[in-house]
Ligand binder design. Structure first.
Ligand SMILES: [Zn+2]
Ligand SMILES: [Zn+2]
Length: 375
């Protein structure tokens, strides 16, 4: 079948992207789902900072690539061996397909599934196959098994989480990356306790979701840190009790003074080794620092080694919120139904697929939280 898809043809093109057009809307051939695969018609797909990192060359994925890793849609056809989904089911995509058999899956950590991450690095589905191709027969790669910036896509069953139909797909889409990553980091990775103090560095879609997760967990105070005033205002609506201007020489000192010695848990949602070090410095004795943002692969982190030991500090990474997507996406949707996660606040605006380069310019300039492409 034919599908209109946004294809990244070259990385590191200059901004503004509206002019350099790194993403091109192409009509591709989409082959039928193979064994264990599903054809999905996309309903919505979010523009995330990790996409920007692929476009600007910080994250290296094979090209050409049908982009998009935060998506929701409706099942249209199932391949052989898929007996627990049927046409018409609503799904949210998980950006790590899970095999269910590797060591990490067996240890209950499917978000770092070894086979899933290997397939993602290769730009294929879990089967090792590509289902997108151009009319000249050349393959176009899958972005982390999702490829959400496309009218239709084929995904492994292990990339899909079935959801109930009461939550609109243009809201449910945000549970695929922003919410599962941010809320998961609070509840699964850090296990934030009610009444404990939290600081969150970086108020993009995932950072704001982390604020929502901290509020739902009953944390206090919840300190939002960002250089941009309008993002701090949005953070207050999402549940931040205090705001601190980020990127200043005294950012850490202000947080330490506010909490009389530092926060119990600090989250870094920027992807900068310098900000991870600041987040670490903002924690108190026995404090936890949770790194969520993805830094450039060449970067090295420097922190004082002595207080790690002598003050029993904890430094942790959190990928996809340490989640079990099949368990946590429905669980976090229940938190939304319970009124604990004001997810609508994340959505800045909706776009058409053809506006995608302009959308990434707006994200790059820090003007927006989440923009969502509607199909
Ligand atoms: Zn993302
Ligand atoms: Zn696995």
């Amino acid at each position: 079948m034919k599908t209109q898809s946004a294809v990244l043809i070259e990385k590191s093109r200059p901004t503004p992207y509206a002019k350099s057009q790194p993403l091109v809307i192409e009509e591709l051939e989409l082959n039928a789902p193979g064994h264990g695969e599903v054809l999905v018609q996309l309903a919505a797909a979010g523009l995330c900072h990790s996409d920007l990192s692929v476009i600007n060359g910080t994250r290296l994925w094979p090209l050409p690539l049908v982009m998009g890793h935060e998506a929701s849609g409706i099942v249209r056809e199932t391949g052989p061996g898929v007996d627990d989904l049927q046409a018409g089911d609503h799904v949210v995509f998980s950006f790590v397909p899970t095999c269910g058999q590797c060591e990490m899956c067996l240890r209950g950590r499917p978000a770092i599934c070894e086979r899933g991450l290997a397939a993602n690095r290769a730009g294929t589905l879990l089967s090792g196959e590509c289902r997108f191709c151009r009319t000249d027969g050349t393959m176009v790669k899958h972005h982390v098994g999702v490829s959400g910036f496309s009218q239709f896509t084929v995904a492994a069953r292990g990339s899909l989480v079935k959801i109930e139909k009461d939550v609109p797909l243009e809201i449910a889409v945000l549970f695929g990356c922003a919410i599962v990553t941010g809320v998961g980091a609070v509840l699964n990775t850090a296990k934030v306790e009610a009444g404990s103090s939290v600081a969150v560095f970086g108020m993009g879609g995932v950072g704001l979701s982390t604020i929502m997760g901290a509020k739902a967990a009953g944390a206090w105070p919840i300190i939002a840190v960002d250089p941009l005033e309008h993002k701090l205002e949005l953070a207050k609506k999402c549940g931040a009790t205090h705001t601190v201007k980020g990127g200043h020489d005294d950012t850490v000192k202000v947080i330490r003074d506010l909490t009389r010695g530092g926060v119990e848990t600090a989250f870094e949602v920027v992807g900068s080794e310098k900000v991870i070090a600041d987040a670490y410095a903002a924690t108190r004795r026995m404090g936890k620092t949770v790194a969520i943002g993805l830094p450039h692969p060449d970067r090295k982190l420097t922190i004082p080694a002595l207080n790690l030991v002598a003050e029993e500090r904890i430094l942790m990474g959190s990928y996809m919120g340490t989640s079990v997507p099949q368990r946590d996406i429905p669980r976090f949707l229940n938190m939304y139904r319970a009124g604990l996660l004001p997810v609508e606040l994340l959505k800045s605006r909706e776009l058409q697929l053809g506006q995608i380069n302009e959308g990434f310019d707006a994200l790059d300039r820090g003007e927006v939280a989440r923009q969502v492409v509607r199909f």
